[in-house]
Write a protein that binds this ligand. Structure first.
Ligand code: TYM
Length: 327
């Protein structure tokens, strides 16, 4: 079976983009693959974060992974910092990563903004930590949203560079797995920006734990335009984003959806979208609350996940060290 690896940062609220771009796809194909899913808490400290929040968000995200349908029979679920090999490989790979490659990472530029003086070196090296995550498990496929494409490309380049330098297939060369529907969910407020956990305006995103009333309110006020035609149209990014979300939830084609809403207005469409969202998120929320209220079981699952993946990670680190002449 092919190995799948992916992860999400335990920061702020996990939103619809994280679900449609990542988690949902992991769940959909979990029985076809050998899966490793990580809660990447070491990534979460690249920007300032309150210790209590980090601790709690880590458990909440684990509960969400399971509530969304990841099944321990097919997946290993663990916390990045529980497996120290992530930090170890990351350091080694940093020494093989040209600064020029990192200078080209668009996500760093967005996150750092103008703050080059005080932003952490960790944020700059973040894509190398991510490359290490993927390469530790000899991963074939990395199911992510479109915004992680560049980081997976860097991972491939780094793996190829390392293998050819030592003339040995130390690393499997991974591939990004980016599905068409839901790979780039946009902000509900400004549909030219992607939906983001760090958006200061909570109306810009729908979290997986939003209740029906909140979902209705947020979809109701989501930015559209004055045309009132329920059609996919790149010139009207607001309605197109909402239609794309609807499509990701229903699996229908553009034509089917447009036909269903022909002659209807934005109000009808938004009501239908709200209904679909509530239908999708309610059962997830119910399972989430059961899991989060049973912390010992959740902790045990995470411990077991870490215990299961550690030997794989250690094996790769040993191969890397041997190739380089360390140890
Ligand atoms: P993160 O935590 O920002 O996002 C988690 C996943 O959600 C996807 N995503 C989106 N998909 C569609 N539309 C959006 N608006 C949207 N926003 C986020 C992301 O593409 C991602 O799949 N660096 C990664 C975490 C990471 C990782 C890894 C991923 C660390 N190591 C190894 C894969 C493999 C990140 O910050 O994702």
């Amino acid at each position: 079976k092919k190995r799948v690896f992916s992860g999400i940062q335990p920061t702020n609220n996990i939103h619809l983009g994280n679900y449609l771009g990542a988690i949902r796809n992991w769940v959909e194909t979990q029985d076809q693959y050998d899966n490793v899913f990580c809660i990447v808490d070491l990534h979460a400290i690249t920007l300032p974060i309150d210790p209590k929040d980090l601790h709690n968000n880590t458990r909440k995200l684990a509960a969400l992974y399971l509530a969304c349908g990841l099944d321990a029979a097919h997946c290993k679920v663990f916390v990045q910092s529980h497996v120290h090999q992530h930090a170890e490989l990351s350091w080694i790979l940093n020494c093989f990563t040209p600064m020029g490659w990192l200078n080209r990472m668009t996500q760093f530029k967005t996150k750092a903004g103008d703050d080059m003086e005080t932003v952490s070196a960790g944020l700059y090296c973040y894509p190398v930590l991510m490359a290490g995550d993927i390469l530790l498990y000899q991963t074939d496929l990395v199911p992510v949203g479109d915004d992680q494409r560049q980081h997976v490309e860097l991972t491939r380049d780094l793996a190829q560079r390392f293998n050819s330098l030592y003339n040995k297939p130390v690393f499997t060369i991974p591939k990004a797995d980016i599905r068409a529907a839901g790979a780039r969910v946009m902000s509900l407020e400004d549909p030219t920006k992607k939906m983001s956990k760090s958006d200061p305006n909570p109306n810009a995103y729908i979290t997986l734990l939003d209740d029906p009333k909140t979902i209705k309110k947020k979809i109701g006020r989501a930015t559209t335009d004055s045309e009132r035609l329920v059609t996919f149209d790149p010139a009207r990014p607001g309605i197109t984003n909402l239609l794309t979300i609807y499509q990701a939830l229903t699996g229908q084609s553009n034509q089917e959806i447009e036909a269903d809403f022909a002659g209807k207005g934005y109000g009808d469409f938004k009501a239908a979208l709200t209904e679909r969202l509530v239908e999708t998120l309610s059962p997830i929320q119910q399972r989430y609350h059961e899991l989060i209220n049973d912390m010992p079981t959740l902790e045990a699952i995470l411990k077991q996940g870490a215990d299961e993946v550690r030997p794989m990670a250690e094996h790769t680190v040993q191969e890397v060290k041997k190739a380089i002449g360390l140890g």
